[in-house]
Design a protein around this ligand. Sequence first.
Ligand code: ADP
Ligand code: ZN
Length: 744
Amino acid sequence: MTLAASTQFPSLESALKHFFGYDQFRLEQRAIIEGFLRRRDSLVVMPTGGGKSLCYQLPSLLKLGVMVVVSPLIALMQDQVDALRNNGIAATFLNSSLNLAELRSREQSLLKGETRLLYIAPERLLSEGFWPFLTQLQLRIGISGFAIDEAHCVSEWGHDFRPEYRQLHRLRSTFPNVPMMALTATATARVRQDICQQLQLTDPDTFVASFNRQNLYYEVLPKDRNAYAHLLGQIKDASGATIVYCISRKRVEELAGRLQLDGIAALPYHAGLSDETRTTNQNRFIRDDVQVIVATIAFGMGINKPDVRLVAHYDLPRTLESYYQESGRAGRDGEPARCIVYFSYGDVSLINFIIDQKQQEQEQNIARQQLRQVLDYAESTVCRRQIQLSYFGETFPGQCDRCDNCCHPKPLEDWTIEAQKFLSCVARCRERFGMVHIIDVLRGSQKKRIRELRHDQLSTYGIGKERSTEAWKLLGRSLLHQGLVDETTDGFPVLKLNAASWQVLRKQLSVQVAVPDELNKPGTEGAMGSAVETGLLAKLRTLRKRLADHQGVPPYIVFTESTLRQMAQNMPRSLSRFGRISGVGSRKLEQYGQAFVHEINAFCEENDIEGNTSSFGTQRSSSDSSSPTINTTRAMTLKLYQEGHSVDEIADLRNLRRTTIVGHIAALIEAGAAINLDDLVPFEKQGPIREALEATDGGWLSGAYNRLGEAYSYDDIRLVRGLLRRERSQHTETLQEKGQKTEG
Ligand code: ADP
Ligand code: ZN
């Protein structure tokens, strides 16, 4: 087989732009594609949203023959095929949802060479009847490659073992010369090894992308009285698709009902609903008819919605791996998104109870260990990313700047004396009781049981009255965590002293405890935009929804969220400018360009905006709130800044988020206020940020952020963008002045 169409494109990048509208490959995509084109086998491990599909989709368009994609999820197939067709790519699927006539006609069109990509479920692929067809396809048209999606299903060690995947090695023996690509988002070494072996990959190139999802903000909050109100606020703030996970059907129903009462468009999803209701609810969520889906973990597999802005676990996740997968459904489009766990110790007891119901001791042990890892994550005061990535065997230095522990480190307090009281109480109770009892004794509880045990006679009885039960629990857990006391794991947890406990008791070790402050609420960086942008974005979303409904596809198939955002920021007023937006390929330009450009033009005229001829969006109308005039709240920030307060201090004083203050200052710089950028962003960082902003065409924040990498924060980028915009508008003003002079 030759590289058929490749001669048509001077570079892989130009093919990428033509078919998919993207300007650049992500990290390893290019290398993966090149390998495939050279007919090499490969194993591709990338987190959800990493961009795996493109790795076989693009090659399928550059080679002769049909790319056969094995995928276990019927719903996903439909979605992928819809997305491809929307880009003008001839793709099809064969599965049990089709009737015989449809199947035959699709097979015919495959044999005529009219189709580039074929999605198929493993059962069908491996069935008696299909094999002769496949051989015929190879003879007549050629098979350009096999892509095995969700390849971890081949491994018993993966989380979703499917026995039929085991038979896929027949592909290798029957078609030894067709290159095979296995793709998965599961990263453990064991599963990886299994995949290569089971599928009999030949000397495969292995690509393992980092599992760091840079655009996700992680946080853990106490599930206390305020939790619901907090969640509600988050959902409103996110103003985008939200998944809330609960542990049981009952809790799903309760929470969905409560959100509905509070005016949120929310639907439930769990195994107790009829198939029909589930499908309807899922589709209404995917198509943006409702904002929120409240679900058990039954929801999510096979959901490809890229623009989920918030994933909240209202109950504790079961394992760290499942948390990574579930939270990973946020922000697949690379735009900022949030992942929140609401954590209570009540949930821990519930999960422990569920574990106790398990039959096998081995199963119980594994489940306990998994629970312990989740607790480590939830209770920890170190970078959340660091914990997650270390679980996947990746070393990450911490300080991610995108998790609660990095953004709002909890202050450490010296609780050595309390620890000594606690541990000596454990000793006095002869190391035969659990934490609740120890705390009861410390706090001088009147419980009958205490008297019966004569623990009210102990010297430690009542010596801890000055602290609340919660505070003692915090200490107890922290001691466990730091290994300063042990807990038995054989059913009823009893506290036991260890060598380190004795060091504390002998005053050889001091004890520091991280004390959480109240619920904090950091900003959704990067999600901001000027009022004008937001106004246009809303219009574009409506248009997108209309076009999507018309075709019966989800809105993101028409354009992704990031593509819409760029339109709102850039305001392209001609087709040629519109075509430059990332995500607008040749087919989409043709199909949707007119409608969108028309909408943008109408918006600009209505709002008296010049629209975009410049790449930094200096479009401003005098009435909109984001015009570079200084409004009251910004004036207040400016006053405090001039008085010498730092950004953090101003945020504190004004009780606003840091990002809000940075937003003010960026706007102030843009408006020409006397603020020296060098005081805010190190000079050596400014150059690269400028370049990144220029390169992302439009001063697009997350575009620049992704380019720059982790050493640069959104705040820095926004501040520099303020100055750039300032310079732009000065430049335009000068030009206008010049124009007026020549006219005059
Ligand atoms: P995965 O299969 O790894 O979960 P997808 O293939 O669904 O991820 O890709 C996630 C999103 O990223 C999709 O919206 C896709 O169009 C987009 N994407 C993939 N590659 C690129 C790229 N090179 N540039 C911009 N967006 C991309
Ligand atoms: Zn962090």
